[in-house]
Design a protein around this ligand. Structure first.
Ligand code: SF4
Length: 396
């Protein structure tokens, strides 16, 4: 597994795989072809299907600044390696000088064709299965947060403090923005309304909904957010841990430790399956975010490593099969509400695991494997192409 920094990345919404990844790719390609006079970018698969709604073309043009670039949407070709493919081509006086086929595989991460997803040059953890991590940490009497501290990059605390600050900043902005979300669906922001309700009736439930809505609505507006593990699912983790902090006076240091536990769960899903809606449907985004949050909140409540694993397993198991069918290709319906509901589900999964004790029949590793299989079995119309489900049955 690679660093958990890759799970939490600051960037502009609304989609880590459709805006953050393409923006990073465009920047890399531009920097290696500074002498080129014109460019072309061909979008394939899900990037072609939902690229308009997810602002892929907009972000690529923006990254190229004033350099001339033609964007082509190829709706026919899809690569088996991953559905989010893009090909950049650079020309100098009409002569092709460079070409790069690159994939945005979820959470803003880029890979080249057939690049391995499990063991890579950036692998820094010795284990890639939760069962092995549980055994290892049990033998050494080590918490999951300490496990991450042992193997991840040395400046992780500093990095996660910046992530925490951005969570708070974005949520705070979302609490006071009351405009209609862009894109034409006329979706009215709900976070300010929920916040008013919370102020007159301050409960954990209301605050959890409020924070999840604030973060997701900021994402839908194309503002600065943090992937957790993706932009589409960015509201779940911060809503769960920050509402708990507010109601229970938990320190930032403790939340950073909880983020390490959450990041570990996201990392296992990313390594052994996928966190890309275009590859495995929304179970890989909202389902994984819910599992990360259930693990984090269980950690904050003092649960053992085994209970944390159980809570994450429950949270993901009950999102298995969840499709990705965003209306108009925007990250709004069903995405925003889905963040709010999943945040509450994470709290429920944690409470359930703590009540039930650590004996359970299905492991997190098995559920991640099943998510991967189920996701690949989903028809492409349910994998971020906006050609099935709610995307075509939305009432006018
Ligand atoms: S439905 Fe889920 S996976 Fe699809 S765009 Fe929305 S949040 Fe992302």
């Amino acid at each position: 597994m690679e660093t958990i920094k890759d799970i939490f990345k600051i960037g502009y919404g609304p989609s880590s795989s459709h805006t953050m990844g393409p923006a990073r790719a465009a920047k890399i390609f531009l920097n290696r072809n500074l002498d080129a006079t014109t460019f072309k970018c061909i979008l394939y698969g899900s990037l072609a299907r939902t690229g308009k709604g997810h602002l892929t073309d907009y972000i690529i043009k923006k990254t190229f600044n004033n350099k001339p670039i033609e964007i082509i949407f190829d709706f026919d070709k899809t690569y088996n390696y991953h559905p989010n493919a893009m090909k950049f081509i650079a020309y100098q006086d009409h002569k092709k000088i460079d070409e790069w086929l690159v994939f945005s595989v979820g959470g803003g991460t880029l890979k080249e064709l057939n690049e391995p997803r499990t063991l890579t040059d950036a692998t820094i953890y010795p284990h890639h299965l939760m069962n092995d991590i549980l055994k290892y940490t049990k033998d050494l009497k080590m918490g999951l947060d300490e496990y991450v501290e042992k193997y991840d990059e040395k400046d992780l605390d500093e990095y996660l403090l910046a992530i925490l600050k951005q969570f708070k900043k974005t949520i705070n902005q979302g609490l006071y923005a009351s405009d209609i979300l862009p894109g034409g669906l006329q979706v009215q922001r709900k976070a300010p309304l929920f916040y008013q309700k919370f102020l007159s009736n301050p409960t954990l439930e209301l605050l959890t909904y409020t924070y999840a809505l604030a973060m997701s609505e900021e994402n839908a507006s194309g503002n600065l957010v943090v992937t957790a593990p993706t932009c589409g699912s960015c509201g779940v983790v911060p809503a769960v841990i920050l509402s708990y902090q507010k109601m229970n006076e938990v320190s930032d240091e403790k939340l950073i430790k909880a983020l390490k536990v959450a990041g570990l769960i996201g990392n296992l899903a990313k390594t052994n399956a996928s966190i890309s809606g275009a590859e495995v449907g929304c179970q890989g985004e909202i389902g994984v975010a819910c599992a990360m949050s259930a693990a984090a909140i269980s950690y904050l409540k003092g649960a053992s490593n085994e209970i944390i694993e159980y809570a994450a397993e429950i949270a993901l198991e009950h999102h298995l099969g969840m499709t990705c069918d965003p209306v108009k290709g925007l990250v709004q319906i069903p995405c925003i509400e889905r963040n709010a509901i999943a945040a509450m589900q994470a709290n429920n999964a944690s409470d359930y695991a703590i009540l039930a004790g650590n004996k359970h029949n299905v492991t997190l590793d098995s559920v991640i494997e099943v998510m991967n299989e189920t996701g690949h079995d989903l028809h492409t119309k349910y994998r971020e192409t906006a050609t099935g489900g709610l995307a075509i049955h939305q009432k006018k």
